[in-house]
Structure formats: structure tokens, C-alpha cells
Ligand binder design. Structure first.
Ligand code: PMP
Length: 340
């Protein structure tokens, strides 16, 4: 018999899938690490598990304790599921603007939700700062203690990718990977996978794919934080250098408009049966640009970050997309079940 011993053991070891259209378009082998196949349907399960394990190992969390976090959703879902499986509670602070599907899943996973207005990081009422203050209060009162997961600046986040994502990619490609590229939320995936891959083979190139208007493009090209404009992508679009991003080994940076990424997500579903969110579209657009810069014959790995079912009411809702002046293919009008 071969089986995983429970949810925690089922996180990671995701398949690497050849992306047909992106590969054919560029003459490269473009591979997507199917992180939407984690139990919580996103790449953030890995970070959630490492953050909780680290807090337990440091004696900061006892049985029945509470994990508090500010999250766009996926980290919260990962934390809540791992907490269920390990006997902890979760309190999640989330910006109101995040998709209803993510909020519903968080409640279903047992998280207590605190919804706050979406305001910039500099504002003291920003969701990350609210979650930090809440954790401080709960640490004094909650049975079993309370921790602030603090995914942006907690290095257990990127450690997950140093110890799991990077070695998995090397094993799955027989070490024949030329480049890795992804977008940035906390930077855990980019920095952790980048550090992990380069520690084994320094020739592996690392790229960042930034949604239009976020600051990672200017940071990794000019060491300046310039941000403006907007993207409908969720979970990515960072405007500061988080602790997880410090020393991230980046060789290439691309700025990707939603108009470039959205059709890639739609085509991936229509032609390859892969249903993913928009941060994955940004990643694939970045992989295609990197493939063009490197030339044919290279193997490039990117991340398929989360499952598209999380965005039925937005990315896969023609009405919503039209309101953002983004392209909607004819077939989506027929497939979407969202009422206008
Ligand atoms: N895509 C999605 C959908 C996410 O939720 C996140 C995490 N916020 C990312 C990508 C980026 O991952 P990381 O935090 O490791 O940079």
C-alpha cells in the first residue's frame, strides 16, 4: 500500500506539467508546478505548514493554540486546514476585496474571519498590521497561546520552498532545469525556490514576473520601489522588500499587463484543461518572455499557483471582466454559470 498519512503529509510533491501551448510558442520546454493540487489548492499550503511547524518547534504554540494571520486568502486556507489537522485554531484578517469563494472556504475550514477595508501597507489599518496587533492581544489571553504567522517577514515561509519546492523541481527535471520564474506575494516562493535551486546549481537563472503596477520589476531592475496602476490578480503585487525577499537571487524581471496574462489563463483551460487563477497567468506570461530571451531549447519551470474555481465570480465571470475592460472569449459566455 502507498498512502499519505494525513493532510500534512499530502502537502507538496505536486506534479510538474508540460505547458503545451507555451512550449510550442517558444521552442522551450515550459513546465508548470501544479501547486493547485495541494490539499488547500494553492502554493501557500507549503508555507502554512512550515510556519506552524516552526512555531511548534520553538515552543510558541501549544495544543489548542491560535494562529493569527493577515492574508489575501490562500495562506489563510492553508493555515486553517493545517490547523484543523494539528489541533489549532485560526483567526484570519482579510481585505474585503478578496474573492467570495476564498472567504467561504476559509469559514468552511473553521477560520474566524475579520474583514477589513483594503488600504495600503503604510496605513495602520492595513490588514497585515491589524493581524499583528490582534495576535499580540490574543497571545495574552488565548488558551495554548497565539502566534502571528507573519508570512511576509517570517523566514519559515521561504524555508518551505528551499527545502521542498526547489529539490522537487530538481528531481522532477533530472537536474536539467535552466530557469525558474514566478510572481511575488510575500516573495517566499520566488526567494525560497531561487535560493534552493541556485544552492545546487548556480547556473540556473531566476526570473520575476510582476503584475503591471507592482514594485518588484523596478526593485529588481533599478533597486527602486516604483508602483502605480493596478491588476485584478490576487495574492501578488508587492510594493515593499519583505524579509522573505531579502537576498532573492533574481536575474530577469518582467512587467506583465493583465491583458497579456488573462488570455493565457483562458487558453490553458480551453486547450489544456488546466483551471488556474490569474497569478498563474502572470507566471506563464513571464515564462514565455524569459523563454524568448534565453532562446529555444531551454527548460523553464514556473508555478501554477492556485485553482481557478476560487475565481468563478471574477476572472471567470464575463460581466466582471467586462467591467474591468478585459477581454472575454465567446466560449466563456456559454460556460460561466454566474448570474449577471
Ligand atoms: N499566487 C497566489 C494566488 C497567491 O495567493 C500567492 C500568495 N499570496 C502567490 C501567488 C505568491 O506566493 P508568495 O507569497 O510565495 O510570493
Amino acid at each position: 500500500m502507498t498512502f499519505r498519512t494525513g493532510l500534512v503529509d499530502a502537502i507538496g510533491h505536486t506534479p510538474l506539467i508540460r505547458l503545451k501551448r507555451a512550449s510550442e510558442l517558444t521552442g522551450c520546454t515550459i513546465l508548470g508546478k501544479a501547486e493547485f493540487m495541494n490539499p488547500g489548492q494553492s502554493v501557500k499550503d507549503r508555507a502554512a505548514l512550515y510556519i506552524i511547524k516552526d512555531a511548534v518547534a520553538r515552543g510558541r504554540l501549544q495544543p489548542g493554540g491560535t494562529i493569527v494571520e493577515g492574508t489575501a486568502g490562500n495562506t489563510g486556507i492553508g493555515l486553517a486546514l493545517v490547523a484543523d489537522a494539528m489541533g489549532f485554531k485560526t483567526v484570519i484578517v482579510i481585505p474585503e476585496t478578496q474573492s467570495q469563494e476564498k472567504k467561504d472556504m476559509l469559514r468552511l475550514a473553521g477560520a474566524e474571519l475579520v474583514e477589513v477595508p483594503a488600504v495600503p501597507y503604510a496605513n495602520p489599518n492595513n490588514y497585515v498590521k491589524v493581524s499583528g496587533r490582534l495576535a499580540e492581544q490574543l497571545a495574552k489571553t488565548a488558551p495554548g497561546g497565539a502566534i502571528w504567522a507573519n508570512q511576509f517577514d517570517n523566514l519559515a515561509n521561504r524555508q518551505a520552498h528551499i527545502e521542498t519546492t526547489a529539490p522537487e523541481i530538481l528531481t522532477q527535471t533530472d537536474g536539467k532545469v535552466d530557469a525558474f520564474i514566478c510572481s511575488v506575494g510575500t516573495g517566499g516562493t520566488l526567494a525560497g525556490t531561487g535560493i534552493g535551486l541556485k544552492s545546487i546549481d548556480r547556473r540556473i537563472r531566476i526570473g520575476v514576473a510582476d503584475p503591471m503596477g507592482a514594485a518588484m520589476y523596478s526593485w529588481f531592475t533599478d533597486r527602486e520601489l516604483k508602483f502605480s496602476g493596478s491588476s485584478i490578480s490576487e495574492g501578488i503585487g508587492q510594493n515593499r522588500v519583505t524579509r522573505n525577499l531579502e537576498d532573492a537571487p533574481v536575474d530577469f524581471a518582467y512587467q506583465i499587463p493583465d491583458e497579456e496574462a488573462v488570455p493565457l489563463v483562458y487558453d490553458l483551460l480551453l486547450e489544456e484543461g488546466l483551471c488556474v487563477g490569474l497569478s498563474t497567468g502572470i507566471n506563464i506570461a513571464g515564462a514565455i518572455r524569459l523563454a524568448r530571451d534565453l532562446g529555444p531549447g531551454h527548460t523553464i519551470v514556473t508555478i501554477l499557483c492556485d485553482h481557478g474555481s476560487r475565481y468563478q465570480s471574477k476572472l471567470f465571470n464575463p460581466e466582471f471582466m467586462r467591467s474591468k475592460n478585459l477581454p472575454v472569449p465567446e466560449w466563456l459566455e456559454h460556460r460561466s454559470t454566474i448570474e449577471a
